[in-house]
Write a protein that binds this ligand. Structure first.
Ligand code: MLT
Length: 265
C-alpha cells in the first residue's frame, strides 16, 4: 500500500489485527526484511512495516533527508491509520529513527525494541566513510553498495554457511535507488547524539544485538541498554547486525517474551 504524505508516496504494509506493532528497517534494506516477523506476529498483532522515504517502494526524491523527517513520516502514517500508540521495533537505522520518534512524539510510543543500533552520533571518520559510500552509490550503483554492506550486515556464521540469507540481502539492497541511499547516508551523518535521551526513556524497552554484530558490537549495545532505565538486553547467538534476518526464530522468541511481560500476547 502507498499513501501520499509529507510530499512523497510512502509504502507500507498493514497486516493482522490487535495491538499495533510497527517495524522500521535498517540501511540499505527495506520493509521486506521483516518478513519472518510479519509471518510470526500478524496472527495476534496488527503488524505495520514501512519503507522509510528513499527505500524500497517509497519515493526516493533527490532532495533533503533527515532522521527526524523519517520520524515525521512514521508519525504521519500512524495518524492516517488512526493508531495513537504502538510498540515499535527498529533495527540499526530504524533504531536511530525510533530515538528521533521518542524525542518528538513520545506519547505515541507504548514500548520500544532497539535492535543492533546506537545512540551516539557519527564520528568524523564514520561521516567521511558515508561520504565515500555516497559517491560509490552515485557512480557504481546498488551492486557496489551490496559489496560494501553485506560483510557489515551479516555475521560470520551467515557469511560462511547461509548463502540464501546473503542472496536475500543482496536482492533487497538491489531494490533501492542511489538517490535514496545517498539521502539516507547524509541523514545518518547529520543525526544528533541521542545519548542523553536514553536516561529519559520511561516506556518498557527491549534491546537486542546479534553476538557477531561488528557494526554495533554487543559491548557497545550493552552500554546503551545500561543507560535506559529498566531495559532488558537479549543477545542473539550466531547472528550479526541483521539479527532478525539471520536468526528469525530466536529474534521472534526474544520479541515475543518481551511482549508477554507486557501482557500483550
Ligand atoms: C544499518 O544497518 O542501518 C546501518 O548499519 C546503520 C549505519 O550505517 O549507521
Amino acid at each position: 500500500m502507498k499513501i501520499m504524505l509529507n510530499g512523497i508516496h510512502l509504502a507500507y504494509s498493514d497486516q493482522g489485527h490487535g495491538e499495533p506493532l510497527v517495524f522500521l528497517h535498517a540501511f540499505p534494506l527495506h520493509r521486506a526484511m521483516w518478513e519472518a516477523q510479519v509471518q510470526a506476529f500478524a496472527e495476534a498483532f496488527r503488524v505495520i512495516t514501512i519503507d522509510l522515504r528513499g527505500f524500497g517502494e517509497s519515493d526516493a526524491p533527490i532532495w533533503r533527508y533527515s532522521i527526524e523527517q523519517f520520524a515525521d513520516d512514521v508519525h504521519a502514517l500512524l495518524d492516517h491509520l488512526s493508531i495513537p500508540r504502538a510498540t515499535f521495533v527498529g533495527l540499526s537505522m530504524g533504531g536511530y529513527t525510533l530515538l528521533a520518534l521518542y524525542r518528538k512524539y513520545r506519547n505515541q510510543i507504548q514500548a520500544l525494541v532497539l535492535a543492533d543500533t546506537r545512540a551516539e552520533a557519527d564520528s568524523e571518520e564514520v561521516r567521511s566513510g558515508r561520504m565515500a559510500m555516497a559517491q560509490t552509490a552515485y557512480h557504481q550503483g546498488m551492486d557496489a553498495i551490496a559489496e560494501i554492506m553485506i560483510p557489515k550486515l551479516l555475521g560470520s556464521t551467515s557469511l560462511a554457511s547461509r548463502p540464501n540469507v546473503v542472496q536475500t540481502v543482496r536482492a533487497m539492497i538491489a531494490r533501492n535507488q542511489p538517490s535514496g541511499i545517498i539521502g539516507a547516508l547524509i541523514a545518518m551523518a547529520d543525526r544528533p547524539d541521542s545519548t542523553a535521551l536514553l536516561r529519559e526513556i520511561t516506556c518498557p524497552t527491549l534491546v537486542i544485538v546479534g553476538e557477531e554484530d561488528i557494526a554495533t558490537p554487543p559491548a557497545e549495545v550493552k552500554r546503551m541498554a545500561d543507560q535506559i532505565p529498566g531495559a532488558r538486553l537479549e543477545v542473539i547467538p550466531s547472528a550479526g547486525h541483521a539479527s532478525n534476518l539471520e536468526q528469525p526464530e530466536r529474534f521472534n522468541q526474544a520479541l515475543l517474551s518481551f511482549l508477554q511481560t507486557m501482557g500483550k500476547s
